[in-house]
Design a protein around this ligand. Sequence first.
Ligand code: GAL
Length: 996
Amino acid sequence: MLLSALLVLFFALSGFAARTPSISGRHVLRQTQTTGLQDIVTWDQYSFMINGKRIGLFGGEIHPYRMPVQSLHLDVFQKVKALGFNVVSFYIFWGILEPKRGEISFEGFRDLQPFFDAAMEAGIYLIARPGPYINAETAGGGLPGWGTNVDGLWRTSNSSYVEAYQNYIKTVGAKLAENQITNGGPIILVQAENEYSGYQAPYTEDFEYETRLIEDLHAAGITVPITHNDAWPGGHYLGVDVYGYDSYPNGFDCTHPTTWLADAVPEYFFGAHEGFNPEDPNAVYEFQGGAIDSWGGPGYANCAILTGPEFERVFYKNEFAMSTTMLNLYMLYGGTNWGGIASPGVYTSYDYGAAIAEDRSLREKYYELKLQANFWAVSPAFLTSRPMNIFASQATFTGNDALKTTQTLDAVGNQTGFYVVRQTDASTDAIQKYKLTVPTSIGELTIPQLGGELTLNGKDSKIHVVDYKAGSTILLYSTGEIFTWATIDGHDIILVYGNEGELHETAFKFDTDVPTAAVVSGSGNVKQQNISGNSLTLQYETSGQTVVEVGSNILLYILDRDTAYDFWVLHPPSTGSFTHFSTENPIIIKGGYLMRSVSISGDTLSIAGDLNTTVPSLEIIAPAASSKVVKFNGKALQTSKTVYGTLKTSEVSATLPEVSLPDLRHWKTADSLPEISSHYSDDLWTVANRAATFPVSGVQVNASLAASLYGYHTGNILWRGHFNATGSETGVKLDVWGGTAFGYSVWLDSTFLGSWEGDAAHATFEGSFNFPTTLKKGAYVLTVLQDHMGIETNWWSADDFFKTPRGIQSFEFLGSNETQVTVWKVTGNLGGENYVDKTRGPLNEGGLFAERQGWHLPGYPDGHWKSGSPTTGISQPGVSFYRTTFDLNVPSGVDYPMALVVSNATDSQFRSQFYVNGYQFGKYINHIGPQTVFPVPQGILKYQGSNTLAVSLWAAGPDGAKFAALELKITSKTDSSMRSVVNAPMPDWTSRPGVY
Ligand code: GAL
């Protein structure tokens, strides 16, 4: 143990002297590595391999727990697949699987198997990230609520922590093991811990814990490589099989989405990687795919701009330049912080500004990713490449100081070169003109050869290739970027693209006679010349679509970016196992919004796709013998041949029927704060009388009024303090802790004393609340209703920040020193860790009276309630609850995601939660925001049948509160080929024994 720790330390320290790359030394290392436990997933210094075949792993992160409708995983995976990615990483949230120590449940949305099965069906490999710590803006960073009561430092080798996590890792590890590729499943890698990178003195990296966790994963049956994502290339946790790192180079300031730092593009990654683990591929397990937005933030539309297509072009292509053959984006599809999933700081949406939006619709970012992913997929030379001139990239190859060009060469094939050009100053929007002077197999060339200049327009980056193989065609070079190529019926079909109106050149190299090129479609201003040797240079403008036949075997598609977005490369399933992972027999389809999958049966090509209102005519490039009949979404199409032999059809159009939505006018209402009435009995509440046991992050906390000590880890918490007044009390001072953006309200018996309404900055607040008059001698009850924004995350390693309590840290009576609370009582969700709703899980319900009673559930008998709606609201402080039911009748065959859209009518401040068929799908704080659109997936909303919507309204100010509007809206419309949705289980209300 000591020896291995010392070895790890040695590697960690030697890593700080990052080496400059040089091609030679690296060949020595080249030998396949395995875990020794299996030989399906292996690696060397260039890339991972599956069954001995090199594979670039490109993909992104998706969280199963942020999408509770299991049948929708397939839709998202298919969208990932269709863009050309092959891998998805996912976190597992320990806290929801083991909400009570020793009781692990995979019930309802927590079952992981449907997620694995959907990945398998779509043909996507998985990287499992079970933690135990995950961060992920998830309550507790994934750690369970009960963990806050376990003494000793977490995320260390401390035995109380190790004993706490082992049952979970054993149980979940066994599920992962069953689904490893070695057992016919999609899991190819398993990550230990998460960003085990940051330590505050006196703590340092705990190698014993690192080794222990690897051993525990092995003991659970994990045989595929174990990985780790250091928070930056810093050399932490090098003892795993394949170390890698994370990077968020554009930061999280979504308020200024177009501001980039001049030096934002990291160029040191490859050197750092070579310093730490040169024998492994350069793996980036989390690279920025969006950004977090916080309570009070600018909203995710801005984050999607911060990390939009321009960001993708510049930053991802730089990763390409660094020979990153494992590039995984965080997030690729963010989903929703429904129920109590969110950690403090983030709100209900976890859209993340990702390529696939929260409602599963596709952003422009998605299409840009498609261009890059397809290029990576058909460029095997990249998988054995090396960047040659890191930190010496400025002006190189262009003579232009305003540009940096990284030369990335295939170190094994020794032929192909990639030249990645970008601005020296990443923040500029300037236009740069340049010529590229590069070595080629026929000598050094200055490109463009036929006159003119290349252009880099503002925040952009390009990959120019040299001596690039596309089937039997050799591209001597191409400045027009390669989208894809495929050899179909003996023809090499090559698709290149550029920005609208840009000048580019593509040159072909031939063994013998040089053919001529003929424009067969479009204009493209194509010039051609045989300048040197057996090469043919084409110069053109990328504008719309131009097709050029070069000799009889090459078809070159010249596209502008927007046109390129319409093309899809899909692979029919192969025979045998792993049938959907095939990358053989590509079919290229020009088809608009989403072309999801293809299959071939005899002479029939079947395409499944989704259409929105803009439907171009389809163009299909497929082997003639298997596309005599073409079906789109099951319907045979009339096709005709283009002059250059591909198939065209003009018959496809979207059917987007009108759907009428309910107006949500008829509501029932009831009071959800009977606790302040004189008749209310808190006999069944938990007595809060435990002693404080340990400090948290160095702060001595008053654990006796910490909700977690009594098993309440989520949602609203209520406290009742019974005291006998001496007769001199004038008020009370309370220091309440709830997490960023929390609030609390205080009552003396039935009298409202005031609220801390919350803001986007405070996680705790000490407030003084005056009694209306000095009290008389006698018995009183103080009621405090507080919001709980989730258990804190614990980003620092060897820390226990997640144990920060939620509750009353201190209180004192004003005007009297002697007054004591005789008994404090507390309640959160009914049952605490013995939560009632096993289907919707442990975090869905909080402690509001309505929630304890189950009023949010379908089928609750509200017949005796009076009429009243959230838009009428209440006129005094308190909590009211509303229920309505409505029918939906959305025909099958369309994907019409919906959202609850709200606006507020009062200046007063309120908090609301929305429950759709019992699932809490929104937490709205009107004065903090920013979220007003709350997507609710199909399957939580029943698209055929009756739905129950419930709303809590906690008015924190003296004037009460109401909504201006609360509506159900459709957020996007497609005529869809997605698998029909099976509704999530949504059990009805049943009477709850022991409820109070
Ligand atoms: C990373 C972390 C992720 C997530 C991300 C920010 O550092 O590994 O879990 O928290 O930051 O969204």
